[in-house]
Ligand binder design. Structure first.
Ligand code: 2RA
Length: 334
């Protein structure tokens, strides 16, 4: 039967959620598009129909079966009220990801975890999602001792204003004008910033610690050692990651390539003679996780290097959230 759906947030992720719900023909009965007062009144279209964005209130969720929260503070303020109103909340924010009462789910990796939800399910951070989709087949085949990841993250991860800022700054640089900006700590055009979210006591950024902590929870293995360096790069959309994996048992590059090519949600792009490796500009608009540059790390016994790319607004946020809703339907939990 059709479901009454609410999408909370109308920024880059919220708009992508609407697009993905439509593309995947999710069985939407009634749709509500909710946001802060700042966006209330705006018009959005879904399946050819125009919807007026309503300001979110606790009462907004009466009769809603599933509520997709795009991010930010909204789930802290309204998440519990939505659950109390009978909705299942799939939350893309960082507010509940490490809450032991809240499953943190990537459908290709730990689908079983949706079964113990208590009303709220958390969508992991975009940079974590694409990494664990690639790690899963290697983990199942040979176990994982340690992961070292460096990310090259698109500006769309910081929202629509960040996308506009990269465009504006790039033009300023090329025209020799003074560069101005307010979204990033420094100029992002033609620059790399090793600074995503705030810095913590241990010298890591919050984004880096998300990758460390979320990976263990999603893989269900607290013994996996993870370290991360997350970097903002002047790319509009699509996160790229250089991942070094130390497996427990030996996996050759060809074994890894074979396992990855059969893994759900993964597309292997790895043909160096034809300069074939994952590219952010080719992942843009797609829902798969692209893996290439698969090679052994000869500096340790059981090491592998991978290059992993995905659309951070889609598989990294909106599509993963919609796939969780589809999984709930399949499991009879909606
Ligand atoms: C970023 N992963 O890229 C964070 C939040 N989407 O800014």
């Amino acid at each position: 039967a059709n479901l009454n759906v609410a999408v909370v947030g109308t920024g880059a992720v919220g708009q992508t959620m609407l697009k993905v719900l439509e593309e995947r023909n999710f069985p939407v009965g009634r749709l509500k598009v909710l946001a802060t007062s700042r966006s209330a009144g705006k018009k959005v279209t879904f399946k050819g129909e125009e919807y007026r964005v309503e300001e979110t209130t606790p009462e907004s969720f009466a009769g809603v079966n599933v509520a997709l929260f795009a991010g930010g503070e909204a789930s802290k303020i309204f998440g519990r009220a939505a659950v109390a109103a009978g909705a299942v909340v799939i939350d893309n924010s960082n507010n509940f990801r490490m809450d032991p009462e809240v499953p943190l789910v990537v459908p290709e990796v730990n689908p079983q975890d949706v079964r113990w939800h208590k009303g709220l399910i958390a969508n992991p951070n975009c940079s974590t999602i694409q990494m664990v989709v690639a790690l899963k087949p290697l983990y199942d085949a040979a176990g994982i001792k340690r992961v070292v990841v460096s990310t090259y993250q698109a500006v769309s991860g910081a929202g629509q204003e960040a996308i506009d800022e990269l465009r504006k700054q790039s033009q300023q640089v090329l025209e020799g004008r003074e560069v101005s900006g307010r979204v990033f700590p420094w100029q992002i055009a033609f620059n790399c910033l090793p600074h995503i979210d705030i810095f913590l006591e241990n010298g890591y950024s919050k984004e880096e610690m998300k990758m460390v902590n979320e990976t263990k929870k999603i893989m269900g293995d607290n013994d996996i050692r993870v370290t991360a360096t997350t970097v903002r790069v002047p790319v509009f959309n699509g996160h790229s990651e250089a991942i070094n994996v130390e497996t427990r048992e030996k996996l050759t590059a060809s074994q890894a390539r074979e396992l990855l090519s059969r893994a759900p949600g993964v597309v292997v792009v790895d043909d160096l003679d034809n300069k074939a490796y994952p590219l952010a500009i080719q992942a843009d608009g797609r829902d798969e996780v692209f893996v290439g540059r698969i090679r052994e790390d000869f500096s340790i016994a059981n090491g592998l290097n991978l290059w992993v790319v995905a659309d951070n607004l889609r598989k990294g946020a909106a599509t993963n959230a919609v796939q969780i809703a589809e999984l709930l339907l399949q499991e009879g939990l909606l």
